[in-house]
Design a protein around this ligand. Structure first.
Ligand code: FES
Length: 144
């Protein structure tokens, strides 16, 4: 299994790791395939994601994709963040081994879950189709 240099770089020095104490939205998702979990925190101001941080109990690929994905949405409008696909993140990392593609979904789903949480908390109407649970299941129970 070969990792690109970018993946190794982001895994060794991940960006935006941590927690935002006064987050406007928090998303927690689990990867059904491996049981790894990810928590994503966002700060929102006037529709812009001004800050984002993540924490994960996930593999190297999950860490690298989350690092890249958070870089890609920071300072961007929510609407743009919602359009970010795991494929785009994988491309930005110069690819992932095929067996690791499922790991990249965790970041995309966590971002969506955080945005949904922000919308819900602020009574903002949205199209539920934006948040289809077609891959990973949203973990609303704080396991341990
Ligand atoms: Fe679980 Fe990669 S093996 S996210």
């Amino acid at each position: 299994m070969e990792y690109s240099e970018k993946v190794m770089e982001h895994f060794a020095h991940p960006h935006n790791v941590g927690k935002i104490e006064d987050a406007d939205g928090i998303g927690e998702v689990g990867n059904a395939k491996c049981g790894d979990i990810m928590k994503m925190y966002i700060k929102v101001n006037a529709g812009i994601i001004t800050d984002v941080k993540f924490n994960t109990y996930g593999c190297a690929s999950a860490i690298a994709t989350s690092s890249m994905a958070t870089d890609m949405i920071k300072g961007k409008p929510i609407t743009e963040a919602l359009r970010l696909t795991n494929q785009a993140v994988v491309e930005a990392l110069d690819g992932l081994p095929a067996v690791k593609i499922h790991c990249s979904v965790l970041a995309e789903e966590a971002i969506k879950a955080a945005v949904k949480d922000y919308y819900d908390k602020n009574g903002i109407a949205y199209d539920p189709a934006l948040f289809k649970e077609d891959c990973c299941h949203y973990d609303h129970h704080h396991a341990e």
